[in-house]
Write a protein that binds this ligand. Structure first.
Ligand SMILES: NC(=O)c1ccc[n+]([C@@H]2O[C@H](COP(=O)([O-])OP(=O)(O)OC[C@H]3O[C@@H](n4cnc5c(N)ncnc54)[C@H](O)[C@@H]3O)[C@@H](O)[C@H]2O)c1
Length: 350
């Protein structure tokens, strides 16, 4: 099958300008095209990591669940870039400890303890930023929990708390922040999804919440874009297990089991067994909060170490169409496997 044409790199507009930028920076660029529905990879080599340079000077940021893991790494990096931070966690000692860390490194931070699943409490969280700093520019809906169980073992309580934390929590904070950001005509909302959005055995509530967050992101992007507010989403991978959402032994055992059963691919298995530290996460979210990223809205990114991906989801892969009458079930028995599903990977069952 002939390969489809390779599009110009979107990040720099045209290949010519991309090449020019890379020459200026002395970078090496390699392009790899592979896969069924092809995928572009641009590998940049040779640039040293820049010193922090006030990218978020005087911006006010709230990061939920910033007492630990990815949220903590994010607020420390944002504070180094000059942002004033409201740290938040359901565990007060965590929110306070991180605010103190920011303060000790010369930054500005105030802790606010609350459960983001609580609508009224999140209104107070946003109000805290307004009261303390007079504005509210950046919201990162990061807080999360996990209650992994096979669907037949998952209790109603487990389902409810995971959905309430991730999905309702993201709505709660976004709703309250959007009222202010719409008036202010500037804002950045970042939501956190996961590769579990594509389905993850033994994690139905978490998968459902993380998939729902993408729909929420895209709709908020549409609602708020015209007011200068962007809403994007990223899917991180980071080893935050010590004291985090899931303990390492449970995670490792579950992954081993799923790999043995063929429920995760070898690539995914290796990726998850070698997770980078959460300190690799901040550059992309910080970039998305700058003025330069004003045109990036409603997108889903992936971050794994130094590699940053953009996803295209919900794309119609193939269509079968019949002139005149409706399809009959007999016809579908023939044409669905032979044409519509041809080459589409099967989700394995136990
Ligand atoms: N670590 C990964 O590889 C990974 C992968 C995909 C997605 N994520 C997502 O990234 C986000 C952060 O994950 P992490 O690995 O840093 O987790 P973590 O457990 O290290 O940190 C999450 C923090 O959120 C806090 N929290 C939990 N429930 C809360 C609530 N109701 N209100 C306020 N705070 C609450 C916790 O106390 C904790 O401090 C989550 O949304 C998670 O689903 C993480």
């Amino acid at each position: 099958m002939p390969m489809p044409p390779i599009p110009a790199p979107r990040c720099f507009g045209s290949f010519a300008s991309f090449a020019r930028v890379t020459r200026l920076c002395g970078l090496g660029v390699h392009k790899v095209v592979s896969g069924f529905s092809y995928q572009d990879r641009y590998i940049l080599k040779g640039r040293r990591t820049k010193q922090m340079s006030g990218q978020l000077r005087d911006k006010v940021a709230i990061v939920t669940g910033s007492g630990h893991g990815i949220g903590r790494s994010l607020v420390l990096a944002m504070a180094k870039e000059g942002a004033k931070i409201v740290t938040n966690d359901i565990k007060s000692e965590r929110a306070e400890k991180v605010a103190k860390e920011i303060f000790e490194m010369g930054g500005t931070a105030i802790p606010f303890t609350c459960d983001i699943a609580n609508f009224k409490a999140t209104r107070n969280l946003i109000q805290k930023a307004l009261d303390e700093f007079g504005r509210m520019d950046i919201l990162v809906n990061n807080a999360g929990i996990d209650r992994p169980h096979m669907i037949w073992k998952m209790t109603e309580e487990e389902w409810d708390i995971v959905i309430a934390t991730h999905l309702k929590g993201t709505y709660n904070c976004t709703h309250h922040a959007s009222i202010f950001m719409r008036e202010q005509k500037w804002g950045r909302i970042l939501n956190v999804t996961s590769s579990a959005r594509l389905g993850m055995s033994g994690d139905a509530a978490y998968s459902a919440a993380k998939a729902g967050i993408i729909g929420l992101t895209r709709t908020v992007a549409l609602d708020m874009g015209r007011y200068g507010v962007t809403c994007n989403c990223f899917s991180p991978t980071a080893d935050t297990t010590a004291g985090g959402m899931t303990d390492l032994a449970t995670l490792t055992a579950s992954l081993e089991r799923q790999y043995q059963m063929g429920l995760v691919t070898e690539k995914e298995y290796r990726k998850l067994m070698n997770m980078p530290n959460s300190d690799v996460i901040p550059p992309l979210p910080i970039y998305l909060c700058t003025d330069e990223a004003a045109a990036i809205n409603g997108q889903v990114f992936g971050i794994y170490g130094n590699s940053i991906a953009i996803y295209e989801e919900g794309v119609e892969k193939r269509t079968i169409w019949k002139k005149g009458d409706l399809w009959t079930v007999e016809e579908l028995k023939e044409y669905v496997p032979s044409i519509l599903m041809e080459g589409i990977p099967k989700i394995q069952s136990m």
